[in-house]
Design a protein around this ligand. Structure first.
Ligand code: ADP
Ligand code: MG
Length: 207
């Protein structure tokens, strides 16, 4: 494959839905430790709703059309902090993809960067605030340095996001519900950083 097409984008989203469903309790347990214990349920509800809508896309949708459907569905079905944040990420990603039929490495880096920028614009979190930004920012940086092979870009992003999620463990939170806990959040991984790493790992594993 030269670039990532709409069919690939659909397989990626289906992989996210499957992995979120499989790891729902784990994500919720992370959120129970430093939040309100709904992150896995929130995302599972959203991605199950996305699965139900994928067939409504006409013909051979572009990557941007798939991403836009994900965005609008997450915004309308996932509450809390993560719904609007992920909704914005997928919407900005869709806008960056535009009407391209395929995403090459450069376009993929643009899409990932736009998604991250959307999360930051919406949530105003900085690096090391112990949020999903701590998975996305290293992922985008690694993606941008990974060269012109899409598979290498996906692998770099997935691997950096996983490291970024682990690196939230020693942090005190400065945004979201976990910020009310002060030092008590230390030692726990941020649920949103973990679900972001899940999404990017699903991308790297999608053939
Ligand atoms: P809620 O906190 O409303 O229950 P979720 O549990 O679904 O929503 O999502 C919590 C996650 O959202 C956190 O783990 C964190 O990664 C992310 N988050 C919360 N606030 C922000 C923010 N301002 N910027 C970026 N991410 C945030
Ligand atoms: Mg929560």
């Amino acid at each position: 494959m030269n670039g990532l097409d709409g069919a690939w984008t659909r397989r990626w989203i289906e992989a996210i839905a499957a992995r979120v469903a499989a790891r729902k309790s784990e994500l919720t347990a992370l959120d129970r430790a430093i939040g309100d214990g709904d992150h896995g349920e929130n995302l599972d509800r959203g991605f199950q709703a996305v699965l139900g809508k994928l067939d409504s896309l006409d013909g051979e949708p572009t990557p941007g059309a798939v991403l836009k459907l994900v965005a609008t569905t997450l915004i309308s079905t996932v509450g809390g902090a993560a719904g609007p944040l992920y909704g914005t990420a997928f919407l900005k990603g869709a806008m960056a993809a535009g009407d391209r039929e395929q995403l090459d490495a450069a376009a993929l880096v643009e899409v990932l960067g736009a998604a991250r920028d959307g999360i930051v614009a919406r949530g105003k979190a900085e690096p090391n605030d112990k949020t999903m930004v701590d998975a996305w920012t290293p992922a985008v940086d690694a993606a941008a340095g990974a060269g012109d092979d899409v598979r290498a870009v996906l692998e770099a992003a997935a691997s950096a996001a996983a490291d970024g999620a682990i690196a939230t463990e020693p942090l005190v939170a400065h945004k979201g519900r976990a910020s009310y806990l002060g030092e008590r959040a230390v030692g726990h991984r941020d649920p949103g950083a973990e679900s972001s790493a899940l999404m990017l790992r699903a991308a790297a594993d999608t053939p």
